[in-house]
Structure formats: structure tokens, C-alpha cells
Design a protein around this ligand. Structure first.
Ligand code: SIN
Length: 317
């Protein structure tokens, strides 16, 4: 097993952030420390050094995640996974869009080896920094036998790519998998698995499309006083797809629905996703509601539905 490698790809985030002093949890700058320095700050990983390969793929605040970085990341992860000696990959990432990157990698690569994203809510310079423990946990998950798929390891929990969401802006336990629940816990470096690892259908042919401009797909939120001009403006700007962040069980404001149907008639692909945080299911409509034209829906959060729709549209001319 010693010849098996875990590759750690750094992409930035608060885990690589630095603040003015140890109590600075909000005014710090994300994405300052390189992945080698990050690893050097985790004594628990000292015995792993010969098995770890470190690579700085990006150095960004994940709120600024873009298509070009995602394209590079997906390609690099695919290349690394193809190497026999690579047992798994750890990606250090910002918390803000971690769930989107996790879903994106799952949707394109659906890997059978572990690809483990991790992060931190406090910068590396914080007195009680959470990054070192998260990183140590992520490495132990990536190295554990029989683990597979894209996972997020945060605060001792292992989440799957479909369900994980950041649900708190400040607390160390900022991530939730809602109703679905976590896949596993990491306790003293050991995994306690509760649910199966994620499986998916790899769509590796999409790798060739990722560097081209992505189809424009936006999110329209249905909310009190929602108005049709938002949809009209997006269509005018060339939106090819719209995800409706729908209220409750997938319902859409009566003033938004006609504009959406007009957009659909002009060839814009629509998808509904519930904006509720703890459960993304949209249950079948009652007979009365079925009389209204139903927009297609998906059991994903709106930000993940946006990625799913963009990937679906990518192959269409
Ligand atoms: C980021 O998402 O890159 C900054 C915030 C964080 O990592 O907590």
C-alpha cells in the first residue's frame, strides 16, 4: 500500500487563508497559502508524506469559481485518476461553492476512486483553525479501502455530492446533507459508513466541451412579488436555460409562470428545483395542480440544477 499515492490539489479558500491575528475569523484573506505549506502545518500527516503528491491547481476564493478553473480541475482529476498508483485525490477548496464543484465533478467524472473535497471555516492563522483536522480526515478518507466517488469531508462528516450544502455562514459545522443525511463519519482517522458511496454515470466526453464557452444558464428565484421582467431580460441576454428556484414543493409565482412558458416556447430549457434547504424533493402534484402546465423538475438544489442543465445543453449545437 505504501506505493499508493494520494494527490492533494490546492485550489484556495479559507483553508488557505490568512488573517491579521489568531482571532480574525471574518476579515482574513482567503487563498494565500500554498498547498505544500498547508500540508506542512498538519503534524498528523507527517507519516503520510512519502505517499502524498502536492499540486497547486488554483489559488482562488471559491466565490469566484469559474468555468475555466472547473475545466482545468476536471481534466486534471481525470488524468490523475487514470494513473494506477493514484489511490485517491484530495481537493482543498473554499466552502462557498464547494457543493457546486463536488456536484460538477460527480456529474462529469463519476469516479470509482475517491475524490475528496475539503475546506475550512476559519483561516489557517486562526487559533482554533479547523483546516488541519479536515485535511487529515480528508486524506484518511481518500486512502481508505473501498471508498469511491466524489465526497466532501468537513467537521468529521462525509457528505455526498448530490446532497451536500453549505447552510451556515460562520459555524464550524456549516455543512448539511439535509434529509438524506451524511454518508459517513470520520472518527480518530477511521470511517464509520452509514450510507453507500455515490455512484453515477461518467460523462467523460464532456471534458472536450468544458473549455469552450458554456451555455448561458441562470437561476430565477420564485419569491413573493416575483416579476416576469427578470425572465424576459435573461432571455434577451441569450439564456439557453433557466433554473427556477421554486418555492416549497416546486411551486412558481403566478406572475412568473407565463414568462417562463414564453421563454420555453422560444427554445429556452427550463428546470424547477426547490429552494428549500433541507429537502430537494419535489413531490408529484395533486390532480388539480396537474391541470396547470408543469415545468420539468429535478431533485437538486438550484445551484446544482444550474450545473446539470448547463452540462446537458453543452453538447447541443
Ligand atoms: C471561499 O469559499 O473560498 C472563501 C470562504 C471559505 O472558504 O470559507
Amino acid at each position: 500500500m505504501q506505493s499508493q499515492k494520494i494527490v492533494v490539489l490546492g485550489t484556495g479558500g479559507t483553508i488557505a487563508g490568512t488573517g491579521a491575528d489568531g482571532s480574525d475569523h471574518t476579515g482574513y484573506r482567503a487563498a494565500q497559502i500554498g498547498v505544500a505549506e498547508l500540508l506542512a502545518g498538519v503534524p498528523a500527516l507527517a507519516s503520510w508524506r512519502s505517499q502524498l503528491e502536492l499540486e497547486q491547481l488554483a489559488q482562488i476564493d471559491s466565490k469566484d469559481m469559474d468555468e475555466a478553473t472547473w475545466a482545468r480541475l476536471a481534466r486534471r482529476v481525470a488524468e490523475l485518476l487514470a494513473r494506477d498508483e493514484v489511490q485517491g485525490i484530495v481537493i482543498t477548496h473554499g466552502t462557498d461553492t464547494l457543493e457546486e464543484t463536488a456536484f460538477f465533478l460527480h456529474a462529469v467524472l463519476a469516479p470509482t476512486k475517491p475524490v475528496v473535497l475539503t475546506c475550512a471555516m476559519r483561516p489557517a492563522t486562526a487559533l482554533g483553525a479547523d483546516g488541519p483536522q479536515n485535511l487529515a480526515d480528508a486524506v484518511s478518507v481518500a486512502a481508505a479501502p473501498q471508498v469511491s466517488g466524489v465526497l466532501a469531508v468537513v467537521a468529521g462528516a462525509v457528505h455526498g455530492p448530490l446532497d451536500v450544502q453549505k447552510v451556515h455562514p460562520y459555524r464550524l459545522h456549516a455543512f448539511s446533507s439535509g434529509d438524506a443525511g451524511v454518508l459517513a463519519f470520520v472518527e480518530e482517522g477511521r470511517l464509520r459508513q452509514l450510507r453507500p458511496w455515490p455512484v453515477g454515470q461518467p460523462r467523460l466526453h464532456l471534458l472536450e466541451y468544458l473549455s469552450r464557452p458554456w451555455p448561458k444558464v441562470a437561476i430565477v428565484m420564485s419569491h413573493a412579488v416575483a416579476q416576469p421582467w427578470v425572465v424576459e431580460a435573461l432571455v434577451q441576454h441569450g439564456a439557453r436555460g433557466l433554473v427556477v428556484a421554486a418555492t416549497g414543493n416546486g411551486t412558481v409565482h403566478q406572475d412568473l409562470q407565463p414568462a417562463l412558458l414564453r421563454a420555453e416556447q422560444r427554445g429556452v430549457k427550463l428546470l424547477r428545483a426547490s429552494r428549500c434547504t433541507l429537502g430537494q424533493m419535489v413531490l408529484p402534484a395533486s390532480a388539480q395542480a396537474q391541470a396547470e402546465p408543469a415545468l420539468p423538475h429535478v431533485q437538486l438544489s438550484p445551484v446544482k440544477a444550474r450545473i446539470a442543465l448547463a452540462l446537458d445543453l453543452m453538447q447541443e449545437a
